[in-house]
Design a protein around this ligand. Sequence first.
Ligand code: SF4
Length: 411
Amino acid sequence: MNEYDSARLAALLEFHGWLPAINTEKADVILVNTCSVRAKAEESAIARIKDLKPLKNHSKALKIGVLGCMAKNRGESLFKDLPFIDFALAPNEYEKLPQTLNSQLSTLNSKNIFAKLSNNYSTFIAIQSGCNMKCSYCIVPYVRGMERYREPDSVIREIEAAVAKGVSEVTLLGQTVNGYRCKGLSFAGLLKLVADVKGIERIRFMSPHPKLYTGELLEILLGEPKIAPHVHLPAQSGSNSILKKMKRQYTRENYLSIVEVLRSSNPLYGITTDVICGYPGETEDEFEETLMLLREAQFDSAFMFAYSSREGTSSALEKESLTEAQKKARLQKTIDLQHKITLERTKLMLGRCEKILLEKPSRRNSVEWVGKTGNFRKVIVPSQPNFREGMYVDCVIEGIKGHTLRGKVNG
Ligand code: SF4
């Protein structure tokens, strides 16, 4: 979501006459787009902003702005912790950015700004923002507000404009993306419209909520060939009692039934997830149930975290039952198990013929390229003279290095 916001902000600024700087040293303005989803994300953002302070000492004219959820979450206290920053804008204030910059920089002749732009072949499109779910541990509904949906026409227009610039892969974004509903159109209905856009070859979406899987959605996921066979489906826990405390609104059985449908149609359907270890009150048995879920679901990979309390959420009021060391030990056990499962799942790809989207030349070896399969696996292939970013090629998976696949493109 933040990458998407950064790209939109860059486009907005370019429209108002700003240019991307080649590096932070040459920038008149540095914007740091922040995430508040975990305490660690905020700590990383603060560290990154503090790293920018020496630049400010060199150039008094440099302006540093903090954008995103941390600006909303920390409010005025941000200026106490980071007194050298010039302004902060929350996600609902982005349209004020050009005006804020103009008032801050009225004396500057040049207009260089540092921002991350999306690539030419694949783009993110936000279709929904905010979240109505109120999971007990999550700060997102407090910083992003209630759910809002973009009109289908506006979504399709943005995709068509991206296709005109060479994009063929689109990732639809939303905090609970499959809860999309607008003008009588469901998420499944929107997927159909996106699949009909000429020039779109691969559709992804992030992040769906397990509670919001409908029969209609499963039908299009399995029936529309443009929809990539991969889903990031946050499980968080394998224990029904912990899921209830987390207010996730589904059971492990509901969750596993989605996995079953997807994998019975395609055993290599990529399923990745998020897991929180050591939620307040999590017993050894409840933790074991999470490990069992990992084994049963056979996730291709997972983002795994030790529980960290976020002020303002309802779980922050619950008494923590585990020490940091105990939470870390559970996290390590989860990571070790998932690594084994990931390796087993990776081996299943050997010998397969896969269509990959070429992304870029490998940074480690200039005679190799990096591509992605539909089920979201990274593949390294030997370079060929006609290779270019955004090209689809068929390759045979011949080997594995770590968790990365190595393939060969014929012809
Ligand atoms: S569904 Fe839950 S975890 Fe996801 S953004 Fe909403 S409140 Fe947070």
